[in-house]
Design a protein around this ligand. Sequence first.
Ligand SMILES: Cc1ncc(COP(=O)(O)O)c(C=O)c1O
Ligand SMILES: [Zn+2]
Length: 420
Amino acid sequence: MSAVTGFSCIRCDTLHATTDFSKGGEVYTCPACGGNLQVVYDYDEVKRAVKNGLRGGPETGIWRYMPFLPVEKSCRKPPLEIGRTPLYRAHTLASRLGLPSLYVKDDGRNPSCSSKDRASAVVLARAADTAFDTICCASTGNAASSLACLAAPLGVKTVIFVPENAPQAKLVQLFVYGSTVFAVKGDYDDAYDLAVSAAEEFGWYNRNTGYNPFTREGKKTVSFEICEQLAVEKKKKKPFFAPDAVFVPVGDGNLISGIYKGFSDLFETGLIPRVPRLYGCQASGSDSVTKAFQTDGVLRPSEGRSIADSIAVRLPRDGDAAVAALKGSKGDSIAVGDDTILAAAIDLARCTGVFAEPAGAAPLACLKEAVERDMVGPSDSVVLLASGNGLKDVDAAKKATGEPAVIEPTIEDLKRHLRS
Ligand SMILES: Cc1ncc(COP(=O)(O)O)c(C=O)c1O
Ligand SMILES: [Zn+2]
């Protein structure tokens, strides 16, 4: 039995009972105020379940954390390995930035090549408990390609709404996996609203980020992995070891609030002594969360533009939860320009071998600024979340790299070019 006891509203704190599917449908947002919902667990129950063993067993990837998940053990799971992505020690960047304990979590190694697979897997498992046979989703690209990838082998139909300007690779993924795709004239926010209305109109399950409370529950699994991997890396006796600071790209704010939830789950069950400071990493053209956090906590629409398309949103759909995560973890939020993000993508690739899409490189761009502003220092162990693979958006990367030299197929011409 899952240890879920209900849902609490992030905005007004009202506690709601668990959804009764027999009465039809999913309750996505707070019936009292419309705020996003947070899944609530009985942590004593989780502790008991964890005692019986997190390690071992037949489950791999995120399903090893079943006591912390809002689905039944027997739930229908996508037959691909989700999570268990590598955590690399970033030696070159560490010495350059004066941070001896610096790591990169390469979450672009998930099946559809982004952190979104963690969320889609849990949402699909949840939807499988229902009569829904079609799931829809609005997305800047990754949430959709992830849903399409994981739904395909389960035989679940997907209807996807993307903004007109979604990168080609992400679109191609959707078609390859057999989704029904609509490119909405407008931006991500327009696609988002249409997906909500369409799900209501046609009775589809809705995976929209933030709006569906289970996306956060999937994303939190990256925190569990980071702590387990660090415990091994630092040769600790205990199975979990928390870093001091984690840098997370922020668009809608669901990823950072999920990561906060993951660390909080470990803290509440006594597995780590404190929650790491979380740093929100944004593009300056899409900086609602940063501005809200640094002023009165109220989210106001930004321009919603960035080369880092995955974090380009006007009004973050899980912004309240993101601001709460920054406050609760005693972290901060940083916004940097597109050129800085592109330069960081190149730096990350050349120093660590991890090729991240611009959103996934934003954490390194923001870390550099955090070091300059003394927000982190040499005594901190720091993790950067590279949340999406660079091959998702080669056009963006090309803007920061050169074109090949065209040469004759002769050694002489090669020598001439090498000299110049
Ligand atoms: C690669 C990547 N990184 C980061 C994010 C940001 O997550 P969120 O929108 O939940 O803040 C996204 C969201 O699409 C993403 O695709
Ligand atoms: Zn509410």
